[in-house]
Every structure is written in C-alpha cells, then in structure tokens.
Design a protein around this ligand. Structure first.
Ligand code: AMP
Ligand code: GLY
Length: 436
C-alpha cells in the first residue's frame, strides 16, 4: 500500500520514516518533503501543495491513507476536502482544528467543559485592553487569536511591554489573525510539558510524553522559537498525573467536541504547565503532533504506525496498543544562522553522508531533516532551506545518555552559522539526578 504525508518539516520526516517501516507499506509520498525524505528508503517527495491537486494525486496513486503534519492545511480544511472526495485521511476537520486556530475558541471551549487553564479575558478594543493591564499585575501573557506561526504570544514582564504588545496587535495590526481580537491571560508558573494523544473521536490512545525547549538559548533564555529540542518520556508526568491529565483534560476535550457535534479524529496536542502543586493546566491545544516532539516520540515508537492510524481512521482505536522503546530519546535541533527572526538559506551542510549510511544499520539514532534541500546542480550537496534545519535524534538508557549520544552526533555535522542549544533535556536530567 501507499501513503501520503502532508508537510515538509522534521515532524513529517519522522512520521514518514516510521510509516515506511510498516511491512504493509511499500511507498510513502511526502508533499513537499525535504532532502531527508528525498533520501530515506521507501520515501518519495512530490512537489504539489494545493489541496485539489493533492486530491487528484491521492486518487491516481490509490493512496491508502493521507496523514497531515502541519496546522496550516488542517486550518484550510484539507481533511474536509479529502473526505468530501471519499478519500481516507487522518487529521481533524476544520471545525475541530479551531482548538488550535483560534485561541478565543479554545478558551471558551475550555470554559464550557471545565478544563483547567489560565484565567483570561478577550479584547478587540485596545483601550479596554490597556485598562485591564492597569488593573492587573505582571507578568501577563498577550496572545493573538489566530494562527501566527509561534509569533502571536508575548509574555510581558512589565506593563510597558504589555501595552506595546497590545498596540502592536490591535493598533498597528502587525500580525495576521488578529481581526478577531486578542486575549490577555494569567501567567502560569511551572514546568512546561507536551502531552499528545491520538483519537478516533471516541477512543483515545496517548502517545509517550515529551518536553520541548521553546527558547533559542540555553537556560530557556532568548526569543521563542518553534522548538529547539525535545526528549521523551518526561519524568514530570508521573503515572498519577498522567491519569489525571487524561481525566481532567483530554477526555473532556473529546467528549466536549462530540457534545458540540464535532467528531475529533486525529492527533491532539496539549501544551501543559505543571504547577508547583503538581496540577496540570492547559497553555494551548494544537490539532497536530508537535515539532520537534514527534522526532523523539517516533524514534521510540515500536509498533506498526500505519496499523495504528488505520484503526484511528476506522474508529477502532480501542483495539490497538502502542509498544514503546523503554529507552529515552532526545532530539537536538540545529537551526540556521539568523533563526528565528531572519533565517539564512543556502548554507552547505557537511558531515551527513557517513551518518546517513550509518543510521541504516542501527535503530538508535536518526537524523531528521527540516529545512533542507538537495542542491539542484549535481544533487549531491545538501543545503539549508529553512529556520530549523536538522533534528538530531538519539536513544539512550536515560535522558542523560541520550543527550550525550545526540550531542556526539551534532559534533559530526557542520554548516556555517548554525545555532544549537547545548542543554536540551536539562530539566529532566536534573530531576532524575535529584531522585537518585
Ligand atoms: P503558545 O503559542 O500559546 O504555546 O505560547 C508560546 C509559549 O509562551 C508557550 O510555550 C509558553 O512557554 C509561553 N506561554 C504561553 N501562555 C503562557 C501562560 N499563560 N503562562 C506562562 N507562559 C505562557
Ligand atoms: N513544539 C511545539 C509545537 O509543535 O507547537
């Protein structure tokens, strides 16, 4: 059978790679993919991205199931369009994707279904937003309503920063997705973790837990990024807390959607803060897998991913289980010069050839590509082509050993101006060392 994966980042490389290991699958197309998906055995890039053309392609190639990686096509209704064309696809429909595409929708939904989250107020009028800031203590978090590729959130430490974030969004309208307004919410203090599940709308299958690193620099400093590294599992989610998150957050989302007439079928990602009282509160929902969280999760995923997704699409997710590698996996993102503000493209990446050969003979690491492309002239060189370039993912007996393994691989790769955090996994490692 043949599959189609939509997207071209590290998450899609990891998904397509894991899907290609299914004995039932002989080809995974990736649209548009990157240099990594161009090289891995069993994967093939296609250069189309428009939904009607993807539908034509899926019909012509008799694609068994299409799997959607990023939020943009979900927000554009790719799932609705495929389903209308009688094609099988895994991902939430447009209405369900509002959990990610509208912060106001998500907040109102959480209120309706008693899901723990930061207190908030929504605004369209900058004067009212300023009055609210006057009456509250900082830090305050200001968020644009719509999708903003990670740029729509400001954690304002001072009132001046809060006023300026409001003005930027509501007066100067410096961002898409603010027509519908902004929200200002309470700052939540705690440890941030990622909790991702698969659901068919009735049954829920949690994936392994993980933790992302959103800031550009070591020690969680510097600007927000899409994510500079991740590891799985995270020790901050104990079995008790896991059960509580399922009960208080994930179950109410899926049953709440159902009550509101929406069948949520797809991945669901809850970005959570674990407070000092060991309570989980929702920072955000995403209607897709996380990037880079997917990369360590897929390296640990031992079952046949295609079969699991097939059950989800068929509504029988209660009939499967996922087997996980008991080791930890850790991913380090190598980002381009100038990322996240203004990433430079076109730098030659050195050191990949030997690693690409080596990874075919081992299951304990994988170099996932994000913004990369093959050089057009002789097709031999691989060049940077985006903000996050590579995601070096390795297994180890614990987080520390996985970290050492990943950074050893990072040392073998070079491109001009690359940026890398040196402390991915530090919170989990410190926690494990305190427990010993
Ligand atoms: P979001 O796009 O909603 O995930 O926000 C981006 C990042 O801002 C999150 O990953 C958090 O690190 C931070 N953040 C968002 N909302 C809050 C909040 N209410 N309290 C503390 N940090 C937050
Ligand atoms: N790594 C965070 C996200 O995918 O949104």
């Amino acid at each position: 059978m043949k599959l189609l994966v939509i997207g071209g980042g590290g998450r899609e490389h990891a998904l397509a790679w894991r899907l290609s290991l299914s004995p039932r699958i002989h080809k995974v197309f990736v649209a548009p993919g990157n240099a990594g998906t161009a090289q891995d055995r069993g994967l093939e890039n296609i250069s189309i991205t428009a939904i009607p053309e993807l539908i034509e392609f899926a019909k012509k190639e008799k694609i068994a199931i299409t799997i959607v990686g990023p939020e943009t096509p979900l927000a554009a209704g790719i799932v609705d369009a495929f389903q209308a064309a009688d094609l099988r696809i895994f991902g939430p429909v447009q209405q369900a994707a509002q959990l990610e595409t509208s912060k106001i929708f998500a907040k109102e939904f959480m209120q309706r279904h008693n899901i723990p989250t930061a207190a908030y107020t929504s605004f369209k009028d900058p004067a009212l937003a300023h009055q609210y800031i006057d009456r509250h203590i900082t830090p305050l978090v200001i968020k644009a309503d719509g999708l903003a590729a990670g740029k729509g959130v400001v954690v304002a430490q001072t009132k001046e920063q809060a006023y300026s974030a409001v003005n930027n969004l509501l007066v100067e309208k410096n961002l898409g997705g603010v027509e519908s307004g902004i929200i200002i919410e309470e700052f939540l203090q705690g440890i941030e973790v990622s909790f991702i599940v698969m659901t068919d709308g009735r049954h829920i299958l949690p994936l392994a837990t993980s933790q992302d690193h959103k800031r550009l620099y070591d020690g969680d400093l510097g600007p927000n990024t899409g994510g500079m590294g991740a590891y799985s599992p995270t020790p901050f989610i104990s079995p008790d807390l896991h059960a509580k998150i399922m009960h208080d957050i994930i179950d109410p989302v899926i049953t709440g959607m159902k009550e509101e007439g929406i069948n949520y079928c797809g991945f669901l990602y809850a970005g959570l803060i674990i407070t000092a009282e060991n309570q989980a509160k929702v920072l955000e929902f995403n209607c897709r897998l996380g990037d880079p969280e997917t990369q360590p999760i897929m390296l640990r995923f031992k079952s046949d991913l295609f079969t699991v997704i097939e059950h989800a699409v068929n509504g029988t997710l209660d009939q499967v289980d996922i087997e996980w590698d008991r080791r930890a996996a850790l991913s380090v993102v190598m980002a381009a010069h100038g990322y996240p503000e203004n990433p430079r493209k076109g730098d030659v990446i050195h050191g990949l050839t030997d690693l690409t050969t080596e990874q075919e003979n081992t299951d304990n690491f994988h170099i996932f590509h994000s913004g990369t492309r093959m050089d057009g002239k002789d097709g031999k060189e691989i060049l940077t082509a985006g903000g996050r370039v590579l995601c070096i993912t390795a297994l180890g007996e614990n987080i520390k050993i996985a970290q050492q393994h990943a950074y050893k691989l990072v040392e073998k790769i070079h491109f001009d101006g690359y940026q890398v955090r040196r402390d991915i996994g530090y919170q989990g490692i410190n926690y494990q060392q305190r427990k010993q």
